[in-house]
Design a protein around this ligand. Structure first.
Ligand SMILES: NC(=O)c1ccc[n+]([C@@H]2O[C@H](COP(=O)([O-])OP(=O)(O)OC[C@H]3O[C@@H](n4cnc5c(N)ncnc54)[C@H](OP(=O)(O)O)[C@@H]3O)[C@@H](O)[C@H]2O)c1
Length: 454
């Protein structure tokens, strides 16, 4: 029985071949169908270009509805060409084969031309670091550069990014100092976490339409050799959470609480930077373990949100941490989750009960310091109080990512762990978002939106 190929034409054009006119797409489809001995139905979301035969226009209904209706009515095997997951699901059992838009276009081209024509109207924009930071960074260290959208070679994928992450550790990489991660290379795009959708794949492991997290950084489009990509299921939670509460910062909080601080029911936990991406998740995970949770943050709005989460927080601008802790926890604290360092760390050591644990996660108050400052003056308390201080880098533990997600996703989905995001629009504003993060302008995770979420 002759197979029918049902082409979701708008999807193919939008996702894989945007600069090819509709009439040209139809013509190529016809030639291909003749060669392949299949029946062809090309469905447009609107009037079809050209006339008759195998072209179906779906002017009144949406093309998706028309495709589902056609697929159900057809006899014999049906191949559906689309990268639209929802449509694939709806057609589901009627379709014998599902073909991604990119694969189909490659067949249409019979490998004679490049798989992916970068859309001519689109350019890639990226932010490069052009000078090293000394002290507090500013916008002059960054440059916005336009480049062509790259074309994937064999084994590569092209990703259209939706969100970029700006993170405190990036401040360290802007200086020319040796650390656990190498400094950024001057003149290159800032690397870092991003989430996006694969729009062209020449890798057997990935398909057009797959969502991934990668580390290729501050660009609108990323070309990847398909290694180091982490799959994201868009149905599980909003895509942006893959960089926040269900991403690196969330895992940092989870690791610090479950593997290092290990607070027990009834204990008192203090989290600095409590309204940030890591801090807000850590504080809530501690609260879920039946702890009393104290926090510090830098504005009234942040304190309000923390109060909603059941965290007793103080503004460290108006009250030094050691005073606030003396007042809020006269009997001391058992666990300190340190995101800030400096005066917060000293105050926490002073407030620790015997056998307390310090989760040394970050020290943002020091990242732009020009001169090293004297450390906590009360380090002798580590032995008088028999304290444990343990630092960690979350990426050392990525082999446990699945375990983190399995635990955290349901907590986020049913609201037991809540999250906020501060979203800055446009790649051109990524430097401002990053500088704003260092100044405390974010509540929850700071993100930059650089492309569509579809
Ligand atoms: N160990 C790891 O593997 C790992 C992984 C991820 C993150 N981290 C660390 O975790 C910490 C939080 O990271 P994040 O991504 O969640 O960032 P974040 O907390 O969402 O954002 C940074 C926050 O730091 C606060 N801040 C800035 N300067 C400060 C200062 N001088 N004193 C006190 N607070 C200050 C600001 O909030 P306020 O308004 O409250 O000042 C700002 O919103 C950072 O230290 C980061 O380096 C560590």
């Amino acid at each position: 029985m002759t197979a029918t190929v049902l082409v979701d034409a708008e999807n193919v054009r939008r996702s894989t071949w945007p600069n090819v006119p509709a009439a040209e797409l139809v013509e190529r489809c016809r030639r291909w169908a003749a060669r392949s001995d299949v029946r062809l139905v090309v469905v447009f979301d609107g009037p079809a270009p050209g006339e008759g035969g195998d072209l179906v226009a779906a002017a009144d209904a949406g093309a998706d509805d028309r495709i589902v209706e056609l697929a159900r009515g057809l006899e014999g095997p049906v191949w559906l060409v689309t990268s639209d997951r929802e449509l694939r699901r709806r057609v589901g059992d009627a379709a014998a084969r599902l073909i991604g838009g990119g694969t189909f276009v490659r067949e249409l081209l019979a490998e004679a031309e490049p798989l992916y024509d970068p859309p001519v109207q689109e350019r890639n924009r990226e932010i490069r670091l052009v000078a090293r930071a000394h002290g507090a960074p500013d916008e002059s260290l960054f440059e916005l550069v336009e480049t062509p959208v790259p074309t994937p070679a064999e084994g590569q994928v092209l990703i259209r990014n939706a969100y970029l992450s700006v993170d405190p550790y990036m401040r360290g990489r802007m200086s020319d100092v040796r650390s656990y991660v190498a400094p950024f290379t001057l003149g290159e795009a800032m690397s870092g976490g991003a989430v996006g959708r694969i729009v062209a794949s020449r890798s057997p492991d990935w398909r057009e339409g797959d969502w991934v997290v990668h580390g290729l950084g501050w660009r609108e489009w990323s070309l990847s050799d398909a290694r180091g990509l982490r799959r994201v299921e868009p149905g599980e939670a909003p895509i942006s959470t893959a960089l926040g509460v269900l991403g690196m910062p969330g895992m940092t909080a989870w690791w610090g609480i479950t593997q290092i601080g290990k607070p027990r029911e009834g204990e008192t936990v203090f989290v600095s930077g409590a309204a940030g991406a890591v801090g807000s998740a850590a504080a809530q995970l501690a609260a879920l373990r039946g702890c009393r949770v104290l926090g510090s943050a830098g504005s009234a709005e942040k304190l309000e949100w923390l109060a909603e989460l059941g965290i007793e927080a103080f503004d460290y601008h108006s009250r030094p941490p050691h005073e606030a802790l003396r007042e809020l926890a006269p009997d001391g604290i058992d666990v300190y989750f340190d995101n800030v360092g400096g005066d917060h760390l000293e105050a926490a050591i002073g407030a620790m009960r015997p056998f307390g644990r310090v989760v040394a996660c970050g020290a943002i108050s020091r990242y732009s310091a020009v001169e090293p400052e004297p450390g906590p003056r009360n380090l002798f308390m580590l032995f008088t109080k028999r304290l444990t201080v343990q630092g960690f880098i979350v990426s050392d533990h990525y082999d446990r990512y699945a375990e983190f997600l399995a635990e955290m996703t349901p907590l986020v989905r049913d609201g037991r762990v809540r999250y906020r995001e501060t979203v800055v629009e446009g790649i051109e504003n990524a430097p401002a978002a990053f500088l704003g993060l260092l100044r405390g302008e974010n509540i929850g995770k700071m993100l930059v939106k650089v492309g569509p979420e579809q």
